[in-house]
Design a protein around this ligand. Structure first.
Ligand code: NAD
Length: 326
């Protein structure tokens, strides 16, 4: 793959910062646009003195910031968003602005500056409650959260822009991505709760809900594979997931075991936006399919288990948990 100049929106966040690491190690130059609402400068500290990475503090909700940020880049990886599904229930307007308005501004800036390639971080939550699993990309889009609806709206905007303005785009519907630097989602939530109360763990739903987890390295590899085929199509949607799935109760077991806790009482709380089955079918190009043989939930979870052992052995302070890297 040829070396390029990329804009990574949300490049100070969990997935975005790992993507920056990968692009730089592949020889790319990268500009990061981030407003640091959930992102952290320390996620990119490896690149602090690198001339390959330019960090720009700016907000996608401001068209001026975005127009400056897209200047001269060859490709945009759009990873900025508010990824908190639960927040989208209590504050839908925030998600409308952070996800839809932000993406619209980006597309406008790309159109005006003739930027032709876009990789978009979409989500499995566009499917809502699927009729059957694993869910293929052809399944109906019926989100049950404002977050999922905002991602679906972004995909549709991107589709229209790709048809109208020659933007080649791929929307990647990620499953639950896990790994170092993650500061939201079920595993983060479980560890945070167990630090506060190691006897009882509140689980949203009845714990039997099915989830597909993918380890960050695999998600990034899949992203690069998907990008390498971008020139072939105008617009493509791909699931990015592991082989198989696990239940939330199993995740709770792994986390409690990793933390060395015994006899933790699970209490269950129902929640409206909860999807029962969230397992994705992967449909990749031939090259990607070969790679995807390595994707397994077990592998992701095993790595996580090791990761959390390392974290917990290093420090018992919750505050320092999330800055430790591999
Ligand atoms: P994250 O919160 O770690 O990263 C999001 C980044 O975007 C942060 O650095 C934040 O500061 C930045 N940001 C937010 N609003 C911004 C704005 N208006 N202008 C500039 N920067 C802004 O989240 P993440 O887990 O790394 O998720 C990255 C992307 O992948 C998101 O689009 C998310 O919806 C999507 N996604 C994540 C997962 C997952 O499991 N983590 C799964 C599916 C999809």
């Amino acid at each position: 793959m040829s070396v390029k100049f990329a804009l990574v929106t949300g490049g100070a966040g969990f997935i975005g910062s790992h993507l920056v690491d990968r692009l730089v190690s592949d020889g790319w130059s990268v500009r990061v646009l981030d407003n640091f609402s959930s992102g952290r400068m320390e996620n990119n500290e490896y690149h602090k003195r690198s001339r390959k990475v330019e960090m720009v503090r700016g907000d996608l909700k401001k068209l001026g910031d975005v127009e400056k940020a897209v200047r001269d880049v060859d490709v945009v990886f759009h990873y900025a968003a508010n990824p908190e599904v639960r927040v989208s229930t209590t504050n839908p307007e925030l998600h409308f602005n952070e996800n839809i308005v932000a993406t619209f501004n980006l597309l406008e800036a790309m159109r005006k500056n003739d930027i032709e390639e876009l990789v978009f971080a979409s989500s499995s939550s566009v499917y809502g409650e699927p009729e059957s699993i694993p869910v293929s990309e052809d399944a109906p889009i019926r989100p049950v959260s404002v977050y999922g609806a905002s991602k679906a709206a972004c995909e549709n905007l991107i589709h229209a822009y790709s048809r109208l303005y020659e933007i080649k785009a791929v929307a990647l519907r990620y499953a639950n991505v896990v790994g170092p630097r993650l500061r939201h989602g079920v595993i983060y939530d479980f560890i945070r709760k167990l630090f506060m109360n190691p006897q009882t763990l509140e689980i949203l739903g009845d714990g039997s809900q099915i989830r597909n987890y993918i380890y960050i390295d695999d998600a990034i590899e899949a992203t690069m594979i998907a990008y390498s085929n971008i020139a072939c199509r105008k617009f493509e949607v791909l699931n990015v997931a592991s082989e198989g799935y696990t239940t939330v109760n199993e995740v709770a077991d792994i986390v409690t075991k990793s933390m060395g806790l015994k006899n933790v009482r699970y209490v269950y709380k129902s929640i409206a936006t909860l999807v029962k089955n969230d397992d994705l079918r992967r449909r990749f190009s031939v090259k990607a399919r070969e790679f995807a043989k390595n994707f397994t939930v077990e592998r992701s979870v095993k790595k996580l288990e090791r990761l959390y052992y390392c974290i917990l052995n290093k420090s018992s302070a919750v505050k320092t948990l999330w800055v430790i890297r591999r």
